[in-house]
Write a protein that binds this ligand. Structure first.
Ligand SMILES: [Fe+2]
Ligand SMILES: [Fe+2]
Length: 168
């Protein structure tokens, strides 16, 4: 039996879809990451100003952004990535991290900003998200980019699903 030639997914394939394209899936996800990072900074500003209404409004936006983002990843990006990179450990870890974030989001959504634990829960969510985003951007995305996955097609799918999810 002739052995099938190994098709290395890690060393020989080249990046065909630059992140710069507007509809590149990774670019879209990174734009979300940047937006949420900004919101967490804004939250700290509201804390400094001791603005309860401001804190609650920004926390609400953070929760909404993250809910849509994790859903887009779980429905579209992660399944495609899981198939392409063949690293179940990494993908499972990402899902567990989403699970922890969702629990914190649910807590925040059930709290009032004057609750003594409100700020702490939002900050811990920020730390979790920060860690998770770093893993995605430093490990997962570069791995995905080395495969021949069509990031433009995937990006178009993500963009249209996001439209659906954010339609008011
Ligand atoms: Fe994620
Ligand atoms: Fe993400």
């Amino acid at each position: 039996m002739p052995t099938t030639q190994s098709t290395s997914k890690t060393t020989t394939s080249k990046i065909t879809t630059p992140r710069k394209s507007k509809t590149n899936a990774i670019k879209l996800l990174m734009d979300d990451h940047a937006k949420v990072k900004k919101l967490f900074k804004e939250f700290e500003k509201q804390c400094k100003n001791d603005d309860d209404a401001g804190k609650e409004e920004i926390a609400k936006q953070i929760c909404e952004e993250l809910t849509v983002h994790t859903q887009l990843e779980e429905e579209i990006f992660y399944p495609a990535a899981r198939e392409a990179i063949d690293d179940d450990d990494l993908m499972n870890e990402a899902l567990v991290e989403h699970g922890s974030a969702k629990e914190l989001i649910a807590q925040i959504q059930s709290m009032k900003s004057y609750d003594p634990m409100f700020v702490a829960v939002v900050r811990v969510l920020g730390e979790y998200v920060n860690h998770h985003v770093e893993e995605e951007q430093n490990e997962l995305f570069p791995k995905v980019e080395k495969t021949d996955i069509d990031l433009e097609e995937l990006g178009a799918e993500i963009a249209s699903r996001k439209d659906e999810l954010t339609k008011k």
